[in-house]
Each structure stands twice: as structure tokens, then as C-alpha cells.
Design a protein. Structure first.
Length: 210
């Protein structure tokens, strides 16, 4: 089992990984069917952009097979960050891969936005356990971002009627929140940090030209 885990690399995704996007979307959709839970639908373009912006983590075998994925997003003028879409392909479950992906995604978010609050909406017990180990605490929805763009993402979930009926106070998912600390469970490679700095410089230049 240990040898199998070593054959899977968990890394920050780049534009070269767009070829895996449709497989990722299919894997997420199938997992939602099996669990019978809701999930916010994402498009090919949405996930491809996350890869381009160094806001996604992908797990691949040495021979290039897709094994797992997750991505991050910022809300409320980067005061809040979500780590979302965590999925492990059925062929690679039971190898603690979800935790490795979660650790890398969490570290990437903390490195890029060290002062942001990181939150999660999840109905999965395994994700709740991983969040708790990282320092997340269960919170009411009122303590999460009020950014309408985030909540619009819930419209694709089969349970969105619950969210509407409760006036967005609660739903099937549990809200969990992490207040910043210095603990980082995985190391972000220097080349990724350089890429992030370059992306931030480009973003600043674009804002100046507006």
C-alpha cells in the first residue's frame, strides 16, 4: 500500500493539466450520484481557469492517470477562501490520498492568502474529519462570507431548496471555518511560489490598466 501511495504525485495544477478537466467533472458527478448528495456544478472552463491561475491541486500517477483533485476560490475581496471540489478517483481510494490533496490545497490557500479565513461547506464525514484536524471549527452560515457570488454556486445543488426555505441560515451541508495560523501541513515548491508571484504581478498590472 505504501508503494502505491508513493506512485501518486500531488501537485499544484497548471495549464498543462486542462486535458484532465472532463475526467474530473465526470468523477465528481458520479461520486455525487453514488452518495446521493448535492453538489455545485462546475463547467470545463471554470476548472481550467483554476488550473491556469494556480488555484487547483491535482493528483496523478507516474504514468499520467488521474487520481484526485481539488481547487480554491476567494470571496469577499479575498477575506475568505474556500477549498472545494475534493475528489479521489474510485481506483485510488483507501490510500489516504484525500488527505494529501487536502493538505496541499490548504497550504496553497494559506500561502497565497495568509490572512484570509478559510471555510468549507460539506456533507461528507471524511472531509469534516480532515477539516477538524487542520483546525476548522463548525460555524453557522452567518459566520461565512456574504459574497453573493459564492452562494450563487449553490444553485446547482439538488438541495438548494433547503437553503432557500431556511433563508440561507443552514442546509444539508455543515459550515466549517478556519481562522489563520502559521501551521502549514504541506510544502509549496519554490517554482510554484514564483509562478504565483508572477500571476499576482500580472493581476496588479491589469487592475492598473482598468
Amino acid at each position: 500500500m505504501e508503494q502505491e501511495k508513493e506512485e501518486i504525485e500531488v501537485l499544484v495544477a497548471g495549464p498543462e493539466h486542462e486535458l484532465y478537466v472532463d475526467t474530473i467533472l465526470d468523477t465528481i458527478a458520479e461520486a455525487a450520484k453514488v452518495r446521493g448528495t448535492g453538489i455545485a456544478r462546475r463547467t470545463h472552463e471554470y476548472l481550467a481557469k483554476k488550473m491556469q491561475e494556480a488555484k487547483a491541486v491535482i493528483a496523478l500517477t507516474r504514468d499520467g492517470r488521474f487520481a484526485g483533485f481539488s481547487y480554491i476560490e476567494t470571496w469577499g475581496n479575498k477575506q475568505y477562501v474556500t477549498t472545494s471540489g475534493l475528489i479521489v478517483h474510485p481506483d485510488f481510494r483507501g490510500q489516504h490520498l484525500a488527505k494529501r490533496i487536502k493538505d496541499m490545497t490548504f497550504s496553497l490557500a494559506r500561502t497565497r492568502w495568509p490572512h484570509a479565513k478559510i471555510f468549507s461547506l460539506t456533507s461528507g464525514a471524511a472531509v469534516m474529519q480532515m477539516n477538524t484536524q487542520l483546525g476548522y471549527k463548525p460555524v453557522t452560515f452567518a459566520e461565512l462570507t456574504d459574497d453573493e457570488a459564492f452562494w450563487q454556486g449553490c444553485e446547482g445543488c439538488i438541495n438548494v431548496d433547503v437553503l432557500h426555505r431556511t433563508g440561507r441560515k443552514y442546509c444539508i451541508c455543515t459550515g466549517m471555518l478556519f481562522d489563520p495560523t502559521e501551521h502549514l501541513p504541506a510544502k509549496i515548491p519554490d517554482e510554484v511560489l514564483n509562478r504565483i508571484r508572477h500571476l499576482e504581478e500580472l493581476e496588479e498590472q491589469e487592475n492598473q490598466n482598468i
